[in-house]
Each structure stands twice: as C-alpha cells, then as structure tokens.
Design a protein around this ligand. Sequence first.
Ligand code: ATP
Ligand code: MG
Length: 340
Amino acid sequence: MQQADYIKEIAKYGLENDQEKLLFTLNELIEHSKQSRKVNFALQLQSILKDAIRQQETKGILRHGSSKHSIREEDREVADFILEKLTSDYRLSHLVCSSEVRENLDYFVQEHRSLDILQKYELPISNKVLFYGPSGCGKTLAAYVLAGELEKMMIVINLGAIVSSKLGETSKNLAKIFRRAATEDCIIFMDEFDTLGKVRDYSQDHGEMKRVVNTILQLFDYLPQSSIVIAATNQQDMIDDALLRRFDLSVQLDLPTEAQIKELIDKTLKDSSFTFDNPNKAKRIMKDSIGLSYYSIQKTLLTAIKRSLLAQKPPFVKAQQRIQTEIWANLIAQERHHLL
Ligand SMILES: Nc1ncnc2c1ncn2[C@@H]1O[C@H](COP(=O)(O)OP(=O)(O)OP(=O)(O)O)[C@@H](O)[C@H]1O
Ligand SMILES: [Mg+2]
C-alpha cells in the first residue's frame, strides 16, 4: 500500500468511529513510513498516537470516577515545562567543528546505536552530554544533530519556566518529565542550562532552588542507561560544579578557525547557484571574519546574497547569481564593530 492508501483508510475508519481498525492502520502507516525512510514522520505519528492513548486512559479513569484525577493535572503541569517536542533532520554533516568534536559525537551516536552489545558486556553507556562555548557556535544545532542521527524525539525543557514557576512543585514536575521521556524513549534537552545557576545566585528562595539542583543531580544519577540528556550553555561557569561533574561527555564548541569559516561558507552555498563575484576578496573577508561566530558569519552571508539579488536588474538568470563581496565585506565589518 502507498501512503495515500493508508490515509484514505484512516479517514474512513475515523469517520466510522472504528477505533480498532483505525489504530491498526495507523500502526501500519508508522511501520510503512519507517521503512520508506520517513523516520521523522513516523516518530511524529507515534507521538500523536501515544498522546492520544494517554489522554484516553485519563478520560477513562475520570469517567469511572477514579481518584486518579491527578493524571490529567500532571499532564497540564508538565506541559508548562516543555518548550517543544520535536524531531530533527539534522545530521553530523551539517555541523562544522573540529575533528575531535566530530569524533566524540560520532562515538556517542555509535554507542547508542549499539546499546545491546555494550549492555551485554555490562559496560556503562554515556548518556549525559554538555555542549558549552560562545553564542552562535552550534550548541543548539549539535543537540538537533544528535536527535537527528539517533532518530529520536526530543523534548526541549523550558528551564526558564521551571525556575520562575512557583517552586514548590518544580522538583516533582521535573521528575515527571524525566520519567515520561524514559518511557517514550525521547531525548531530554535542557538548553540555556545556566538558567539554573543564575537563579541559585539571585533568587531569594535559595533553599528551593537548591532543591531543584539536587533533584536534577538525582535524576541524572538514576537516569536509565538508554535515556539521553543533553544540556547546553554559554556560561559554563554559572553551573554548579556538582552538576558539571555528572556529564559523561562535555563538548566545547568554539568560534570558527579560518578553515572552519571556509567550510561553513562552502556548506551554506552548496546546492545553490550563488558564487562570489570576486573569489579572492571573499577569501580575504573569511580571514577578516575570524573572531565572529558561525551564526554571525552565516547570517551576514545570507543578507549579502539577498541584497546582491535585490541590487540586480531583471531578468534574473538563475545560472549566474553573483554575491557582491563588497556588500558582504561591509556587513562583516559591522558585525566586528558590534563586538568592540
Ligand atoms: N558549528 C556550526 N556549524 C554549522 N552551522 C552553525 C554552527 N554554529 C552555528 N551555526 C549556524 O548558526 C545557527 C545558530 O547556532 P546555534 O543556535 O546552534 O548556536 P548556539 O551555540 O546554541 O548559540 P546560543 O548560545 O546563543 O544559544 C545554527 O542554526 C546554524 O545555522
Ligand atoms: Mg543555543
């Protein structure tokens, strides 16, 4: 059957209220999508299915007058702490980094692809990763890369909401998120991890925040081997030492070298019809970009492309799009100026 056939059947069973056949066909479609390499689509369907099943169970409990009203509450409370739940198409090839970083990430991915072998020999699995380094150098991207390579859903935790919420329930809710991620085989991503440290310094409610940090320490310590937690920060020094020590893998993502800038530009222009009007000048600009982040360099290049296009007189001939290096040079100079 083709995807369209499954969709037709799903629509039919949905309208006929035939729950059993609907679920069966949905599961078939998930399998079909996995086999036809639409893994993200399959994961998203799976997640929708799980959410629906969970809600139904909750409804069932309520209908039968059970005392477990709290399950529904739990869903709502936990939802406030989840920024998003996503799948990712990013792969290691999207990230420009040193060979050391690439190797570390590669091994990490391999470990999780070969869990069975490692577990057979009772070897510990690395499952807590910290990305640190300056802004715009690929920490968030690297987390997406891991989710993409491992083909897992990723839950992005809203640490901001956690620390600004009424703290009483925070630890309990964090524990719930971790439990759910484990049962649903999702990666947990704590972006801007330093948020935890900041509050420890500024909050009046010092004791409660300490409790949150302690909860995280415990959750880390009892994390099932197959679960994965990723944290990212550009202020590593704000983070409690005890927390830092818990990570199996700490990966520094730094500002790009000249060679890495070139790699970024090549990757950005790959599969496009844009080339520089003056390749030698472009090389000099890349050298001048040392000290800027990947993000700023890529952003200025894309702006230069847009402005070069807009500066052109029609008709636009696709095969001959030239990036005006002069425009790019000015944008890079502005970025450098902002740094001062
Ligand atoms: N190492 C890199 N390789 C390729 N592209 C990168 C890299 N770093 C940054 N980029 C580009 O810049 C964008 C922003 O990067 P990202 O969000 O990962 O930075 P960050 O390190 O998380 O920054 P922040 O600390 O501000 O959150 C990425 O989506 C990507 O387009
Ligand atoms: Mg980030």
